[in-house]
Design a protein around this ligand. Sequence first.
Ligand SMILES: NC(=O)CCC(=O)C(=O)O
Length: 273
Amino acid sequence: MLAERVKGLKYLIYQMDVEPANPEKNRQKVKDWIEKQVPLHQPDTIILPEMWNTGYALDQLDDGADDDGKETLELLQPLAKKHGVHIIGGSVANRRNDGIYNSSMIIRNDGELIHEYDKVHLVPMLDEHKFLQGGQAGGAIFELDGIKMGLVICYDLRFPELMRSIALQGAEVIHVVAQWPESRRTHWRYLQHARAIENECYVISANSAGICNDTQFAGESLVIEPNGDLVVEGSPKKEETIQFTIDLDKVKDMRERIPVFSDRVPNLYKMDQ
Ligand SMILES: NC(=O)CCC(=O)C(=O)O
């Protein structure tokens, strides 16, 4: 059944202080947050940060990772259905047959899992290659309430080709779920503004806010409009709930005013492939 396209969507971001290597505590935190905040604010959609089950305790993933999404889905699917809310499920450390992935799950407000995406680009600065497998499918693209949307995971934000390919498939909103360190917070902010401007779409991010192995995560979850303006931001380094509503007419207006998609000349762009 085709969902009717809505004009505005009400969101809540959970800028979570993730407890390293403690999936049970983190699942309880997410459950408590949803049970409290969703009835209070009545959003259409909520978004969680990256690796919210284990945090970046990468050397302890063997104990904490999900078993092919089981633990995350058992938690989030009933909550999505109970509260009638779409869940952009951040990402979790997730064991599949051939190793552990950094996987995102998108759950519709009827409890249906509509999309899964494994982070493609692994972060050399965090030694992710030693502990995680990289996903093999391109960026995530899915539809909620008749709106095409995309999702990338943290370091993926540095690859404009990935987000361009998602926008070229029609995404009007691209979500970024992250555990981005404070030490590179200027990159975090400028890259999101750039991706929103070049793709003329909303960029909505959920970053974590805690500390793991001496790394302080930035918080500063952002919502950027298609013209590059900041709509709202989370506080630095602090757990927080952020609410806002997006206006999808702004995507249409921007794409009509500055027609970068129809002005592209891809046969002149020398890419690797
Ligand atoms: N979790 C991440 O992907 C962190 C990315 C990062 O620190 C960077 O790109 O810089």
